[in-house]
Ligand binder design. Sequence first.
Ligand code: ADP
Ligand code: MG
Length: 244
Amino acid sequence: MPEVLVRIEKVNKHFGENHVLRDIDLDIHSGEVVVLLGASGSGKSTLCRCVNRLETVDSGVISLAGVPLPDEGGELARLRARVGMVFQSFNLFGHLSVLDNITLAPIRVRGLSRREADERARQLLDRVGLGDKADARPAQLSGGQQQRVAIARALAMDPQVLLFDEPTSALDPETVGEVLDVMAALAADGMTMLVVTHEMGFARRVADRIVFLDEGRVHETATPDEFFDAPRTERAREFLSKVL
Ligand code: ADP
Ligand code: MG
């Protein structure tokens, strides 16, 4: 059994009176792809944001490779570098070239030289199928291409785990597939991933495990075949009847 890379233990999170994460327990093993499903408002984004400490938890522990997430300071910056995140909105810098978007953090945070960072960025652009776009500006690219740049940017920090929060929800339908293909290739290469998506075909094909959240609780954990063919809970059946 591969090592546990991300361990989420008894995590609770409130926003005011709203108890959005309830006793969440979840282990993500090295090389595993966990797809997080659940209705809008069930806590998927909040859980992702807790894993890279964009949000703090109220109780419980999240650890990375056995080490609890630090609260602040230099340790936190180092942690962020090890947990990559890809959002629905790609947040690329419009005034920078594609290449500079990717090299910015490796140069500033990891201390790579410009030459090292450029070389690595070009490799990553090849990997996401955009080897010819290094000098383009984000606005010259389609949404799907911009999201692939955002993935390359996350990979440039050599993360141990990548979090994806609805990475294709803002895309034109015709560019969704190219982003999912890049994600599937990363998964096949052994990247550890936590993915929130409404793309059920992708979830079924690529996930090692489906985790279904309902009202802030892990309501059901199953293999994709089990979850899609024979969901055990009424809530999961209800959810699937709406999205399939
Ligand atoms: P999902 O991603 O599954 O749609 P979220 O994690 O975004 O769910 O939200 C879970 C709950 O937490 C919702 O009730 C949402 O309104 C609330 N919430 C999320 N972020 C905040 C915030 N920053 N402040 C207050 N409430 C929030
Ligand atoms: Mg969300």
